[in-house]
Design a protein around this ligand. Sequence first.
Ligand SMILES: Nc1nc2c(ncn2[C@@H]2O[C@H](COP(=O)(O)OP(=O)(O)OP(=O)(O)O)[C@@H](O)[C@H]2O)c(=O)[nH]1
Ligand SMILES: [Mg+2]
Length: 308
Amino acid sequence: MSDVKALKCGFVSIVGRPNTGKSTLLNQLVQEKVAIVSPVPQTTRTSVRGIFTDERGQIVFVDTPGWHSGRDGLDRFMNRTSQNSLDGVDVVVYVVDTSKPVGEEEHQISQRLKSVKVPVVMVLNKIDLKGEFIHQYIALWEEAKGKSVDQMKDFVMIPVSGRDGIQTDKLVDILFGFLPQGPFFYEPDIISDTPQRQLVGDILREKLFLLTREELPHSIAVVIEEMRPVKGKTTRIRAVIFVERDSQKEIVIGAKGQMLKKVGTMAREELEVLLETKVFLELHVKAQKNWRDDQGMLADMGCAFDMD
Ligand SMILES: Nc1nc2c(ncn2[C@@H]2O[C@H](COP(=O)(O)OP(=O)(O)OP(=O)(O)O)[C@@H](O)[C@H]2O)c(=O)[nH]1
Ligand SMILES: [Mg+2]
């Protein structure tokens, strides 16, 4: 490793509205799946760290839940998590989806971000889809700041495709340019610090999001009740899938249990690679009304407030 004094190390928060590709970008940047991804908005519910290290230094990326307008307990936790991620970071990466027009949520986000004290990098994402609305996002930022982009200090825009890795190396170069000198925060071979139980629950939730449609994903939560090695070669996992209504329970289970079986098979394949053991997966489905406002349940899922 090069001279420690010359290393650049810092924290970079990745924020934006739901579904703009924040988690996909994080996975691309650290070259590993550390955050789950789905076509459904509000996939990410807790902040997830992904750590990039090379001879230049270390970037600790903090992926966050997409900012949205919902108001129940989980929504408030998610939005506050994103808001808190702005504290103490060295750079904010603001990810926008250039294949979609600017919407109301985007106006609120740009208002929140306009006064952050650290450099903001606007990632004009999904450029593989041709970036039809790029100009709207530039105008949005100019409106929020009250001046044109070329008059802005510490503001950079970069078109990127997180999915295809277009210009993501360039983004890393830009970020290193903003980071202070300092020592590593993590050992160089660490890519994520997400607790394994949380990742296992998230992987199950990702499969449920991919296989169920429409509004159902917002009603789904996964709690890992048990996870332990059996005879060294197998991991036994018991998970409870919570939904809000009995009718949703039927959808998750599916005719003759087909849906649940599919979810289990897809999740098990990925979990066996992650845990490097065989996996025995026991899934239960329970209906619990209003779990999104139940502080105890939210705490079990790692979605609890520390205060108030
Ligand atoms: N075409 C294209 N699709 C992308 C790109 N990045 C992400 N996607 C897709 O956009 C959808 C959302 O991606 P996520 O990474 O889950 O988005 P997110 O911003 O983390 O979403 P939340 O966690 O809900 O806030 C998925 O279907 C991705 O495959 C990209 O660069 N190009
Ligand atoms: Mg996400």
